[in-house]
Design a protein around this ligand. Structure first.
Ligand code: ZN
Length: 325
């Protein structure tokens, strides 16, 4: 894809690194190979490529699941996290870390808050871009007229919430009402989109939806273009249904009621996906590093212009032209 000159800014994207210092394995269903050690090398490839760009990325979006849940079993969570974050910090580019299910397999929510992957430190304080201490959601503007909103798609979830908390209780009720299986990581088989009610997914509290709505009202007024960032995909046609956020319908109706929203970027579904919805919002799910063979790659660089974004993909990630509608 040809790039016209002078983008407003560029940024890097990478999803589902899931690093662990263990031998290769397979996914939950035993159908896809996972390259736990090689994922670090693929991150290294990405960082080197971004560093060599003529126009240096303003920041990197790490879309969640930075280390694999297996680390917990081996008591290696902290070491694995330091290894991957250490690889990022060989370069001076700021990284925005999203939290996915594997973050919560390794760490409690309170451990994650103020950890090296709590990127809210890039905002000054609660109220100044940050939603609250309890919900990992914040927004930032890397250039005039553009805003990124990082969402907490495990705000409602039975992982990462204390069992005594109201959010846990509410989430448990919701998942039990929609999934009859004893193993709640096993999707229910009712219909196509019911499969999302599994333990490794989550959703958004009403408080977070209200906060998002306010952020978007302000962005509409300022005529900004907003990119939504979430570990879980938000549109059923941009992912396999078993990777979709629980209350995707609620958040979609908010996103589609604001003219500022131009794109949603997500991870979690290692096969990736893409859909342009009827409101003109691009829903992009990035292919995951963890299921990418060592001789390939899975990262992208996005060139942002006033009227479009151009994704230059590497390895499994394809080039894409995302026109603002
Ligand atoms: Zn995930």
């Amino acid at each position: 894809m040809e790039l016209s000159s002078n983008p407003v800014f560029t940024f890097g994207v990478i999803a589902d690194i899931q690093y662990a210092d263990i031998d290769d394995g397979f996914n939950f269903h035993g159908t896809r190979k996972r390259y736990y050690r090689s994922s670090l090398q693929l991150l290294c490839n990405a960082n080197r490529c971004w560093d060599q760009q003529l126009i240096k990325p303003s920041f990197i979006l790490q879309l969640g699941d930075i280390i694999d849940g297996f680390n917990k079993k081996y008591g290696a969570s902290e070491r694995a996290l330091q290894t991957v974050v250490g690889e990022f910090s060989n370069y001076s580019t700021r990284v925005h870390h999203v939290w996915g299910n594997h973050e919560f397999y390794n760490f409690s929510r309170s451990e994650l808050c103020s950890s090296v992957i709590d990127s809210r430190v890039h905002c000054v304080r609660v109220g100044d871009g940050v939603m609250s201490d309890d919900v990992y959601a914040y927004h930032f503007s890397p250039a005039p007229n553009f805003r990124f909103v990082v969402l907490d798609s495990y705000d409602l979830s039975i992982i990462g919430r204390e069992q005594s908390s109201e959010k846990y209780k509410k989430s448990f009720k919701l998942i039990k009402a929609n999934n009859p299986n004893d193993n709640l990581n096993q999707p229910p088989g009712y219909n196509q989109w019911q499969g999302r009610f599994v333990k490794f997914n989550g959703g958004f509290s009403q408080d977070q939806l209200d906060w998002l709505n306010k952020v978007l009202i302000s962005a509409d007024k300022k005529e900004e273009k907003v990119i939504i960032v979430s570990h879980l995909p938000l549109h059923p046609l941009s992912t396999d249904s078993i990777c979709l956020a629980w209350n995707y319908d609620k958040i979609l109706s908010i996103l589609n009621s604001h003219k500022s929203v131009v794109c949603v970027m997500a991870g979690h579904d290692h096969d990736g996906g893409y859909h342009l919805d009827t409101s003109g919002v691009h829903h992009l799910t990035l292919e995951g590093v963890i299921e990418t063979p060592p001789d390939s790659d899975a990262f992208g660089t996005v060139y942002v212009y006033e009227d479009k974004m151009v994704l230059k993909g590497n390895g499994r990630i394809s080039d894409r032209l995302l026109m603002f509608q």
